[in-house]
Structures are given as C-alpha cells and as structure tokens.
Write a protein that binds this ligand. Structure first.
Ligand SMILES: [Zn+2]
Length: 436
C-alpha cells in the first residue's frame, strides 16, 4: 500500500481530452483501426489508444504502459518495456479489441527521463545497485500514481477490464477504485540483459514473475556454508528455467580445493544444453577461476556482496563475463573472509583468505591459462619458488592443476610466522624462477 493507493477525498476528473484521432496502426497483419485521445492532468500527460467496443459485456483488455524511451523507442535489451508494449498491442490488433493507456511522463517508474539517464549512469559508471541508486536520487523505487488511469477509464465508460500485467499494485489500485478486474500475465523471457531489472521488480515491488531471482538461488547456497568460513559453494543454472529440477550442477568445497573445476566436472556436457548459464557463488571468485566459468558457457557470475573489487570486475569483463553484485536480503550475518589478491607477479599471483595463502601461476600475458612447466606436480617452478623462501619446510601444501601445477595453497600459521609476514615475503619477490 502506498500513498497513491488510498482512496482520495475527491475523485479525480479527467480533463476534456484532445481528440479523437482515428488512425490505422500497424502491429499485426496489416492495419488495425484505433481511436486515440490525449489527456493532460495539469502537466501529467496520458495517451489512450483503443480498438473495438469499449463497453461490450466482456471486460476490456487493458495495458497500462509507463513511457520508456530506452525500451519502447530505442529497443533496450535491459528492460522488458519494448516486449510488453509489442505483445499487448499485437494481441489487441489480433483480437480486434483492447485499450492502451500510455503515461507519457512516467519514465523511470514516474521519476522522468532525466532520472532514467541518471540511473543508468550510476549503475554503469559507479556500479551502484538499485537500492543505492534510489537512495542517491532521494526517490522511491516506484513513484507512479495511477489516479489518472481511473479517471480516463471512467471518462471512456469502461467499468470492467482484463488487465495485462504482473504488477499487483496496478490490480489492487483499480479494484480499490471500484473497477472489476481480471488479470492476464504478460512476461518477457528472462535473459542475461534484462534479468537484473526484472528480478528487482520481483524482489522489491512484488511483481508476479514466474522465474526465480538471484536471491532465490543464492540463499540455499549460502545456507550450506553458513558458519563455515573456509567452505565455498557454487551452482550453475539456465536463467528462467525454473527450480523444479534444481540447478544444473551444485558443488561445495573446502580449503585446498578448486571450486571452479569441481563445478566444471559436475556440469552435464554442453551438448544439448540450451541458453547461457548463470553461475552463483557464495564467495568472491579469484581471477584464475573466471576463465573456467567462461569456458562452461556462463555469461554472468553472481555473488552475495554489495561491492566487487574493480580489478575483479575488469578481469571478468576480459573473459566476457558480467560479475553481478547481489547483496540484498541475502547479506551474511557475520563477516566472511574472502580471497584478496595481495600481489600480482609476472608468473604468479598471491592471494590471502584468512590464514590461507594461495599462489596461482600465471602465463606470460598475465592470464591463468598457461601451464607451469614441470611434469611432476610436486616439483614445479611454482613450488620451488615458494620453497625458496624457506617458508614451507614442514608445511603441508595442496597443489592443483595437474599435470602442471598451477597453484599451491597452504595454511600460513603452519610456518610459525604471522600470515601477513608470510604473504609479504612471498609478494616481495617479483616472480618464480624460470623453469630450468
Ligand atoms: Zn524500460
């Protein structure tokens, strides 16, 4: 319930409209005759376009559309506005009956076109999520009033509607104003581009979308690692395909293991699989894991954190992945240590997570795909480099990426020296020695 949903003391009357304009509109199978009106509620402008009998016994099919220059005019892939307008108008044309009410000044859910541009700028240039964006704008996520919609319907003599919408606010509003309302879902296919916008609508505004949101996938995954700060979990899903069968693959692992490779092993072969994957992680990935997720066919990696280190975001982009921050209703109750890149070497990167240290070999181009020379996984350039610092005698290490070792991980406390000292000593060297 918002301020707009309360019954007002006085009923808003529609002003005398401009029109009618009789126009053939091209939506489906040639032209369909439509009647157009323009209503100006003191600067808040609405256009009505209808075809067929407004007051027949059957409820009038109705679509309420808020202006979206990005979606309607420019065909942005990041929202569903273009899809919804097109589907509604096509169905009106096909069935010979329907009414579109278009809120010309309702861009960005009522904030206007300038705010719409500001929102995109903040999202893309400052990587702010939606909550922070609206806080910055000092505006509600949904600022729209539907009072003019009720006034126009009364003016046109429409009392019963079949509302093409998944927005429960619109339905509740029309009922509260005395209209008879039945609803018909109108849902765009979920994809990598529109998923953030549509998921926010479901999580924040209660839209009745059929798909699961990022929080729906992250929460059960996070429960698996709650209270286990050095365990991580991952799952992979095709967005919008439902939870009935669960994720395509789900894995968890502890220290010294390789989460990305476990997920790759657990995933059914790409053959016959449809669509781009989304990978959900309980923790921030390391840069060396990103190419593994990219090779699995992932287009996005979602993590339950509000902020992602800019370098990690850039590394994801280099592999064609979008790193999505989604710490909303699913923030951890206690701090979780994360892998922090503390040193970038010419041939190895050094990460620290709590007391765990992991050295990851990198290729000449700085990527993590080049193999480290050496056929025995326990006697490689990487391991010799780590040992050369006299830090590891008697310290148990895990090594992975055979046949050539690509990483070595150990618990810094086993060295008898503070973790920070060990990490610093390793980082102080430029790189491991060249393979002999
Ligand atoms: Zn839009």
């Amino acid at each position: 319930m918002t301020v707009h949903d309360r019954t007002p003391a006085t009923v808003l009357q529609a002003p005398a409209p401009d029109g009618p304009a009789h126009l053939p509109l091209r939506w489906e199978n040639g032209e369909t005759p439509f009647v157009l009106w323009h209503f100006d509620f003191g600067g808040e402008r609405w256009v009505a376009a209808h075809t067929g009998d407004l007051t027949a016994d059957e409820p009038m099919p109705l679509r309420i559309e808020s202006a979206c220059v990005f979606g309607h005019v420019l065909r942005s892939a990041q929202c569903d506005c273009g899809y919804q307008l097109e589907e509604a108008m096509k169905s009106f044309a096909r069935n010979g009956r329907g009414l579109l009410l278009y809120g010309v000044d309702q861009d960005a859910r009522g904030l206007g076109i300038a705010a719409h541009f500001a929102i995109y700028a903040m999202r893309q240039q400052e990587n702010l999520d939606t909550d922070a964006v609206y806080e910055r704008l000092d505006a509600p996520v949904d600022a729209r009033s539907y009072e003019p919609v009720a006034a126009i319907l009364r003016h046109l003599g429409v009392g019963a509607v079949r509302l093409l919408s998944n927005n429960p606010r619109r339905e509740a509003f029309l009922r509260s104003r005395g209209f008879t309302v039945e609803t018909e879902p109108l849902e765009a296919p979920l994809d990598l581009h529109n998923m953030s916008t549509l998921m926010l609508e479901k999580e924040d505004l209660g839209y009745r979308w059929s798909f699961e949101t990022h929080a729906d996938w992250l929460e059960p995954l996070q429960e698996k690692v709650e209270g286990s700060p050095d365990r991580s979990a991952a799952c992979a899903v095709v967005p919008g395909k439902g939870t009935a069968d669960g994720p395509l693959a789900q894995v968890s692992c502890g220290p010294g293991e390789e989460l990305a490779h476990h997920l790759a092993d657990a995933l059914p072969s790409a053959a016959g699989r449809e669509g781009t994957l989304v990978v959900y992680l309980t923790d921030l990935p390391r840069a060396d894991e990103l190419p593994v997720y990219a090779r699995l066919g992932a287009g996005a990696v979602v993590v339950p954190f509000a902020e992602v280190p800019p370098a990690l975001r850039a590394a994801a982009r280099d592999h064609g992945l979008r790193l999505v921050d989604w710490q909303r209703r699913n923030a951890y109750r206690t701090d979780r240590p994360q892998w922090r890149l503390i040193h970038r070497g010419a041939t190895a990167d050094v990460y620290v997570r709590g007391d765990r240290i992991r050295c990851v070999a990198v290729g000449p181009g700085g990527d993590h795909t080049a193999a480290v020379p050496g056929s025995d996984p326990r006697d490689t350039a990487l391991e010799r480099w780590v040992r050369s610092h006299a830090l590891l005698d008697g310290v148990r290490t895990e090594a992975g990426g055979s046949p050539a070792v690509r990483w070595i991980e150990f618990d810094a406390t086993d060295t008898g020296r503070p973790t920070a000292d060990v990490a610093e000593a390793l980082s102080a060297t430029a790189s491991p020695p060249a393979a002999s």
